[in-house]
Design a protein around this ligand. Structure first.
Ligand code: EPS
Length: 389
């Protein structure tokens, strides 16, 4: 069965749901970890007052018994404290679409002039459900030593230039967790806090660049056989599916256009002393490919960068048109965030984890964790023995 998930829920409805199908039986589910990731998604300098109202926690409704998956769909519910969708006074109609938001396109699509019909579902509040699904996938990946990490790389004129590796990450993780903006560096974090503060003063908003790295993927997840099986295609789709994301890059990304082949491709070397690592000893002095060649993992860390545009709800407003009168007006303002870039890095880390887990389960499928582990172990054993007699 393919690993997949659906979400449901509106920003100010009773709650959000994530239904995850395809998790094998026998996986220990670390609900504390899932809830800590939900909490991390709520944090960050520049978030609005909503996050002080909510305490996101996943309630398990199905598929889990005594903390262990049973093989059926796992449904998780995250209640909304700010539940007022049926109260017309508290969630009034909105007819002044915000440039950059789903308001205009959605209203015309559903043949209404009330943008609320669209904005409630388009809202990035939904990403809480995606983090729950992805954190569940991360519980699975951890069983195979696969580790994901997410952080903020840059925004406006602020950029952290540090390098992230599996060895450097534990120390950087502590720095990222201490940062108000998800950057693993105190000094750069302070600069970005300053810029976000200035945007707030200016009644403006800020986006940024976020990165996800995945360590210890076995070689061969994904496939070169069909376009939709290419793992880079799936990862890009998942990242572009996050609210407000406008670009995604793998490894060197756009920079590949400005270099020749010899300056882009990662040389292949062999080091027998490292044959027990995910790359089986096929070491690469560089990782410009971002861990993916031919749509398959190559044993190097998977490295993905996503670009989030600035939040489209501006306190100062943007020129717009009233959908009822067609008059020029300033766009509507609803309580919102000045920046949600730290949250975006949490969301991206988990949507990436989900796609990696999906590709892993396609290669090493099984109804139970015991079967999946046996399949993975036998493949690794064969791969290490190459060339097979
Ligand atoms: C939220 C994301 C943003 C917030 C929302 C909570 O959603 P949107 O994409 O619609 O701007 O604005 O909070 C509210 C709608 C509110 O009531 O403050 C999130 O990530 O939880």
């Amino acid at each position: 069965m393919t690993l997949r998930y659906l979400t449901a829920g509106e920003s100010h409805g009773p709650g959000l749901l994530a239904i995850v199908e395809g998790i094998p039986a026998g996986l220990s589910i670390d609900s504390e970890f899932i809830n800590s990731e939900l909490k991390r998604r709520q944090a960050g300098y520049g978030r609005g007052a909503r996050q002080r109202i909510e305490t996101d926690k996943a309630e398990f409704i199905s598929g889990v018994r005594r903390g262990v998956s049973m093989g059926g769909p796992i449904a998780m519910r995250i209640p909304n404290e700010d539940n007022r969708l049926d109260d017309a006074a508290k969630t009034p109609s909105v007819s002044r679409p915000r440039p950059g938001h789903a308001d205009l396109a959605g209203s015309v699509k559903w043949l209404t002039t009330d943008c609320r019909e669209t904005l409630e579902r388009a809202s990035a509040r939904e990403t809480a459900a995606r983090v729950a699904a992805g954190a569940l996938a991360n519980c699975f990946l951890r069983e195979f030593g696969i580790q994901t990490c997410g952080f903020v790389r840059a925004a406006l004129d602020v950029r952290w230039t540090g390098e992230v590796t599996a060895h450097s990450w534990p120390a950087q993780l502590a720095a990222r967790n201490a940062s108000d903006v998800g950057i693993p560096c105190d000094a750069t974090s302070a600069q970005l806090v300053d810029r976000i503060h200035q945007a707030k003063v200016d009644k403006d908003t800020v986006g940024g660049l976020v990165e996800a790295h995945v360590f210890n993927c076995p070689i061969g997840l994904g496939s070169c056989v069909q376009w939709h099986e290419r793992l880079d295609s799936r990862l890009a789709g998942a990242v572009m599916g996050i609210q407000a994301f406008k670009a995604v890059e793998i490894g060197l990304g756009r920079e590949c256009a400005f270099r020749t082949g010899s300056q882009v491709h990662d040389a292949i070397q062999y080091d027998a002393s490292k044959k027990n690592e995910s790359h089986l000893g096929f070491v690469r002095p560089t990782n410009n490919a971002g861990g993916l060649e031919g749509g398959m993992t190559n044993g190097m860390p998977v490295v993905i960068t996503g670009t989030m545009k600035p939040i489209s709800t501006l306190l100062r407003g943007m020129p717009s048109v009233d959908l009822n009168t067609k008059e020029s007006v300033m766009s509507a303002y609803e309580r919102s965030d000045v920046s949600a870039i730290a949250a975006a890095s949490v969301v991206m880390e988990h949507v990436v984890a989900f796609e990696i887990a999906r590709a892993f389960l396609e290669k090493f499928s099984g109804d139970s964790m015991t079967q999946v582990k046996a399949s993975h172990a036998s493949f690794m054993e064969l791969a290490r023995r190459l060339p097979l007699a």
